[in-house]
Design a protein around this ligand. Sequence first.
Ligand code: ADE
Ligand code: ZN
Length: 329
Amino acid sequence: MTTTHPKVELHLHLEGAAPPAFIRGLAAEKRLDLSGIFDEQGNYSFRDFPHFLKVYEAATETLKSPGDYHRLTLAVLEQSAASGVIYTEVFLSPDFCGGGDVAAWRDYLGAIREAAALAEARDGIVLRGIVTAIRHFGPERARRTALCAAETAGDWLVGFGLAGNENICKPKDFAWSFDAAREAGLRLTAHAGEWAGPDSVRDAIRDLRVERIGHGVRAAEDPALVADLAERGIVLEVCPGSNIALGLYPGWSAHPIETLRARGVRVTVSTDDPPFFRTSMRHEYQMLAETFGWDDAVFADLATTAARAAFCDAETRDRILKRLEKAHA
Ligand code: ADE
Ligand code: ZN
């Protein structure tokens, strides 16, 4: 079941999903020396979360044209489809795609969408995009990012989010950008409760009015917040393998996903930046089955929760839900 079960992934950073060999290949083509970001086995190498963000940004130095992103999107979706993913939402950053310039961003987005259409025809996997501001680049750059998002909002570009170093700035510093995105019809999510505590989750919900939280696992430290998340139906995009690889929890059995689920929180499962954390959707499912005894019924419920929380239009969501229903029958 963990290998064949159709999966829905809501939290995936496009650059963070780049296979290391793909980035090395681009670096060789462009004569860039990126040897410092890989270990002897050729995997990405980092010490902690701030260093991870540095290595991530160093890898993006190879991605400098719409054509590079076209190739990246095809490589990433091939990897996701091999794990049984049928629908995925991907975080895209105009900061990396054209430096916040709207015309350049349109070109990058066009290339990514074209690759997504090819992958859908090839593997049946459906992709939608969420423009994401990067917190440690500051609120000013986030405004430009939000304008890029608002200009291209529509059937494919469906959401707006916030990633990056959670210990820099507060959610309210990005309220202008989230308001602009909401007015453009985009659905909202923000990383919170990963490196900062339960209050960061409360702040994101109150100040940014998000309907989903990226990670949010630190909410488990506050029973009143857990009850509130359950009651409001806020969806958590939980990435257990990422949290463990980055040292937030010492191992799978210490991860709070099962506690959150048992208390009625709408949890979903994603990989965040899979090659960085040596994971895949298949691996996440395997570890959840092994650690918490999750069975077919739990995994079916997990995928249905994720499909219902997807930011795509109703017709696309129904199509995904029908595929899940058929597989679960
Ligand atoms: N960007 C890529 N991965 C991230 C993570 N886990 N947290 C915050 N920002 C990120
Ligand atoms: Zn993330």
